[in-house]
Design a protein around this ligand. Structure first.
Ligand code: HEM
Length: 259
């Protein structure tokens, strides 16, 4: 179609609107479709279901924050290493997304000033961390899949999870201990996710690479589930009162999660 069409009333010609529409071969669409099944599995792990119901033991929640700290430390270290790589640079949003420092503050709140001497990296988290470093150093384009899986997920459910945790553990309304869930530099999660999707779609990638990215994102979800399962197992050995803040699970919550 002729590209130089002008429309006198300022409306955009129909073909341009079509160009904006998402196509199945767009990376964002391939990732969403390719991780749909594993996303459902992740939602249905016992640890995640308990969390959403407000059944969170504080000791276990703290260990979850430790796992996230190690995960994001590795991911953001690799992102920094690859920030100028053409396959990652358009997705480099340190001020908006990076969680390493927020998690360090959360851990300081929970464990005190010497938190670093009190926390260690669990086995399942270490496997996830090792993969992130391997990807960042040997096959950096695959970092996109790791960033997608964590940051897009955090932007989708963060506010709901924050409220559940705050209520269940009676944490201060000022947000201490839950900075991880708070993206201060993002005013609209929905708009930011759209920007992130369009940046992913502008990466110059062939079909084969896009497929490898989908496979890597599925792996990233699996690493997360292994961490949840490990936490679940540790939880069985921790004797502590279960705090039941009761929150409807899924379905009823979907409207709250800012797509
Ligand atoms: C998106 C719910 C757990 C990663 C979403 C969306 C909802 C949602 C409603 C928005 C739908 C969409 O954008 O298509 C939930 C619920 C969970 C959960 C209720 C737990 C019960 C997880 C976990 C991960 C994750 C554990 C990964 C670690 C993602 C990603 C997206 C997403 C990457 C973006 C999908 C896309 O637009 O491409 N989630 N989620 N979610 N979630 Fe989750």
């Amino acid at each position: 179609m002729e590209k130089s069409v002008t429309v006198s009333n300022g409306a955009r010609p129909a073909y341009e609107e079509k160009e904006d529409a998402l196509r199945p071969e767009d990376l964002s669409e391939m990732l969403a479709a390719g991780t749909k099944e594993v996303h459902e599995k992740a939602e249905n792990t016992q640890f995640v279901k308990d969390f959403l119901r407000g059944r969170i033991r504080k000791e276990l929640f703290k260990l979850g924050a430790v796992a996230l700290y190690h995960t994001y430390t590795a991911m953001e270290e690799e992102i920094e290493r690859n920030k100028d790589h053409p396959h990652f640079a358009p997705l480099y949003f340190p001020a908006e997304l990076h969680r390493h420092e927020a998690l360090a503050r959360d851990l300081e709140y929970f464990y005190g000033p010497d938190w670093q001497s009190q926390v260690s990296c669990s086995e399942a988290t270490q496997r996830y961390v090792d993969r992130i470093h391997q990807v960042g150093q040997e096959d950096p384009v695959l970092l996109v899949a790791h960033a997608y899986t964590r940051y897009m997920g955090d932007l989708s459910g963060g506010q709901v999870l924050k409220k559940v945790a705050q209520r269940a553990m009676k944490l201060p309304p000022t947000g201490e201990g839950l900075e991880f869930y708070q993206f201060d530099a993002i005013h609209s999660a929905k708009a930011f996710k759209q920007l992130y999707r369009s940046r992913m779609n502008e990466l110059e990638l062939d079909t084969e690479t896009k497929k490898r990215l989908v496979d890597e994102a599925v792996k990233a979800f699996q690493f997360n589930m292994e961490v949840f399962d490990e936490l679940e197992e540790i939880g069985k050995t921790i004797q502590e009162e279960v705090l039941d803040a009761g929150m409807p699970v899924h379905g009823a919550m979907d409207g709250d999660i800012n797509k």
